[in-house]
Design a protein. Structure first.
Length: 342
């Protein structure tokens, strides 16, 4: 087999505000020969997630920042095209941290760190393995189940409801017997969330004051709030929470590209008044339990109780512009970058 060329997108400079093409450098280099224990993967598709913006920043976080000059970090799915590792065979479909590149060589010592695992394409399509069965689905599952601690009959509000994490959280909430209310931008997204995913209601934050929409959609208050956006929406929901409410902090996409310091919610005293709890969810903390969630969620996909919508964009070289769809509210469903045909 001819030595493949690896086409890579590397972080050239840390962005201030919204990333631009100047923050990236494109390189091509031959894939090195495999050593004992190595696995070579041809990347088929990559998951584009809001968290990637945080990974580009210098500073302490739950995961080290991407180094300048390094291939941009990204989860993905691919097919093994070379292996000197007995745990993986050529032709296996895998998922893991593959990076924004056409090929990923994973040394034996890095298999666990990369989260490299074989995937069952009978349980879900490749793009579903980047959505409901991937990191967004795991985030939604453990954020709701472990941090949200849902009880049938409660009211769940989910921001970013038409996005990757939001769609899983809302559908799982309905399966568990919760009144589920989404928050999304635009009539098309809100209609889809209600008519296709089965939410009880969806508040369009572009159509008018959030407080009015929440008052109408949540007449009995909010017991669980799954927050993907932060900012003013979080602050407003805090005015509607019930006693012993749980606020799950998953992300703050409205603030990731701010160029001025971010202030916390001004209505935080509602937590005290209502004896409520606010807690963050980092999905990597639950890695050893992923198989449990995957088994349950794949069952819901199979029996039709859960849907998985992906917004697929073709071509690795579109990465700089495609990533921005997340922050402009342009993606409809889980944003996936197709790199190669399966």
């Amino acid at each position: 087999m001819a030595t493949p060329t690896n086409h890579q997108i590397r972080l050239a400079a840390r962005p201030v505000g919204m990333p631009t093409r100047d923050n990236w450098r494109v390189t091509d280099e031959p894939v090195p020969p495999l050593a004992d224990g190595d696995v070579l993967i041809k990347t088929l598709a990559l998951s584009l997630d809001p968290a990637m913006r945080g990974w580009m920043n210098e500073g302490k976080s739950y995961i080290p920042p991407v180094g300048l000059g390094d291939v941009m970090r990204a989860g993905g799915v691919g097919v093994v095209i070379g292996s000197k590792n007995p745990a993986f065979r050529e032709g296996d479909h895998v998922s893991g941290s593959l990076g924004v590149q056409t090929h990923c060589l994973v040394p034996a010592a890095d298999v666990r760190r990369a989260g490299l695992a074989k995937i069952d394409t009978t349980a879900g399509t490749l793009t579903q393995w980047l959505n409901v069965l991937g990191m967004p689905g795991m985030t939604g599952y453990f954020g709701l189940m472990d941090v949200g601690q849902p009880k049938a009959g409660e009211t769940l509000v989910v921001s970013g409801a038409a996005g990757a994490v939001g769609q899983t959280v809302g559908q799982l909430g309905k399966i568990l017997g919760l009144r589920t209310v989404g928050i999304a931008g635009g009539k098309a997204k809100c209609d889809w969330v209600v008519n296709e995913l089965g939410f009880d209601a969806c508040v369009d934050y572009k159509a008018g004051p959030i407080k009015d929409g929440l008052r109408q959609a949540c007449p009995d208050g909010v017991d669980i709030y799954f927050d993907n956006v932060g900012g003013d929406i979080l602050d407003t929901v805090l005015t509607r929470i019930n006693r012993k409410a749980r606020i799950v902090i998953c992300g703050a996409i409205s603030q990731y590209n701010n160029t001025t310091p971010v202030k916390g919610p001004s209505n935080y005293m509602s937590l005290l008044v209502n004896r409520a709890r606010m807690e963050g969810i980092v999905v990597f903390d639950y890695a050893d339990r992923y198989p449990v969630a995957i088994k349950e969620l794949s069952g819901y996909l199979r029996d039709g109780r859960m849907k998985s919508k992906e917004d697929i964009v073709d071509g690795i070289d579109t990465f700089p512009e495609t990533l921005l769809k997340l922050f402009n509210g342009e993606n409809f469903g889980k944003l996936v970058l197709k790199v190669a045909d399966a």
